[in-house]
Ligand binder design. Structure first.
Ligand code: AMP
Ligand code: ZN
Length: 441
């Protein structure tokens, strides 16, 4: 599975995260249903806006993008998005892109004009099959005329000739840098082969980006590029797409500062079917906080529940199994998330009263707990893998850094803070270890 990743010229906004969370749901659902997943998500780390911003700051594009790449990983981890298997960076795959452009040249799909190389879409009759936007149509004529002079509207740049003051790479077609579309063709096929199963992205990527990817890849290889395309609809604000350029966006960090929880943000972005637009409001986010709280409360009480009797009534067990079946069927039906979430709430409504009345038996509680933990393998709302571990390790690292610069006040404060949360640190010759507090501490 190939996923168009972020352009790392700034913090990623929650509109982007709607798409990344849809892709995470897809990934987790496929795994849950028994498929093996290899996911590639690219990082676009050379691009017009990056070049402009790095020049203004007086740093290299690498110095400019690195903090945003790290911030992206941090945000994704906070949203409990499972890491992809590969995160190729465009700047590290220039040779693969050059090779693909050469192939297109040899086969007559590319032409040079000025210092740049373009793809000739008139040579690829299937152009427009994915988006159903054909050359000559109205959407087509709205294609932005970028600064690169191609021969026909719709032809797109494969290699951008070097401009003064811009970063560049040497190539058989002269110094320059790759166009955006060739990146994704080259990197996806490099990691996944000429034909692979699933390609995803937000709906705005369908045309022209994905249409161009198909044209480049299939023209070069003569084979089917992708078996299934899946696109998520946008996150909107007042009916308009959330976008950097419109200024109507929130980053995860903005919402964090306003004290919204990551779990609620994830739940909100997850809970609308990916092919429907989702309008962002704070009302809806507050509602999501409440839903998550109820689920967490249920989950924790179930974990601690001590049933007096062991054996559960057959009808209770059957009902839990039926709810599990509903959940699985909903997911398998084009990721019907509303159906899946309603199964989760059914489980809660079924089991909650029995816990309150004390009629739930141990066997029933164990099955219900196992079921909700299975649901959470897909939803990723209740528990984050290694959440405590990450958090503690991070503080240990900060404490070590503080000690190195002889800031013992900070080091002690971190130790005290951890102790307050039930974590005891032990400094050993091999470094600092941690364990949970016991009665003797
Ligand atoms: P970009 O960094 O602009 O290349 O976008 C990264 C991903 O986010 C792409 O898959 C886009 O389609 C997607 N995306 C951008 N804006 C939104 C939005 N408002 N809602 C959902 N997805 C979006
Ligand atoms: Zn892409």
């Amino acid at each position: 599975m190939y996923t168009c990743g972020p352009t790392v010229y700034d913090f990623v906004h929650i509109g982007n995260f709607r798409t990344f969370i849809f892709e995470d749901l897809l990934r987790r659902s496929l795994k849950f249903l028994g498929f093996k997943v290899i996911q590639v998500m690219n990082l676009t780390d050379v691009e017009d806006k990056i070049i402009k911003a790095s020049r203004e700051k007086g740093v290299t594009i690498f110095e400019y993008t690195e903090p945003f790449i790290q911030a992206f990983f941090e945000d994704a981890s906070n949203l409990n998005i499972e890491p992809a298997e590969y995160y190729p960076r465009a700047t590290e795959h220039i040779p693969q892109m050059i090779e693909l452009i050469e192939e297109l040249f040899q086969k007559g799909f590319a032409y040079s004009q000025g210092d740049s190389i373009y793809f000739d879409i008139s040579k690829f009759p299937k152009y427009g099959r994915l988006s159903r936007i054909k050359p000559g149509s109205r959407a087509f004529s709205r294609l932005d005329a970028d600064e690169y002079e191609k021969q026909e509207v719709g032809d797109f740049v494969l290699w951008k000739g070097k401009k003064e003051g811009e970063p560049f790479w040497e190539s058989p077609f002269g110094p320059g840098r790759p166009g955006w579309h060739i990146e994704c063709s080259a990197m996806s096929m490099h990691y996944l082969g000429p034909t692979f199963d699933i390609h995803t992205g937000g709906i705005d990527n369908m045309f022209p980006h994905h249409e161009n990817e198909i044209a480049q890849s299939e023209a070069a290889t003569g084979q089917t590029f992708v078996r299934f395309w899946m696109h998520s609809q946008h996150l909107l604000v007042n009916g308009e797409r959330m976008a950097k350029s419109k200024g109507n966006f929130y980053t995860l960090r903005d919402l964090q500062r306003m004290n919204y929880s990551f779990k609620a943000i994830r739940f909100l972005l997850l809970s609308t079917h990916y092919r429907n637009p989702l309008n962002f409001t704070f009302e809806a986010l507050k509602q999501a906080e409440k839903s998550v709280e109820r689920l967490l409360d249920f989950y924790h009480r179930l974990k601690e529940y001590q049933g007096k009797e062991k054996e559960e009534a057959e009808e209770v067990l059957r009902s839990i199994r039926e709810i599990r079946e509903e959940f699985v069927e909903a997911l398998a039906d084009d990721l019907n998330i509303s159906g899946a979430i309603s199964a989760v709430f059914s489980l809660m409504h079924e089991i909650n009263p029995m816990m309150v009345e004390g009629t739930l038996k141990r066997e029933g509680a164990i099955l219900a707990l196992k079921t909700i933990e299975e649901f959470d393998q897909v939803l990723g709302i209740l528990e984050k893998k290694g959440e405590l571990e990450d958090w503690v390790q991070n503080l240990i690292k900060q404490r070590e850094e503080a000690r190195k610069r002889k800031d013992f006040a900070t080091a002690d404060r971190i130790r005290a803070e951890l102790l307050e949360r039930g974590i005891v640190l032990e400094d050993t010759a091999q470094g600092t270890r941690w364990r949970k507090k016991t009665l003797g501490d």
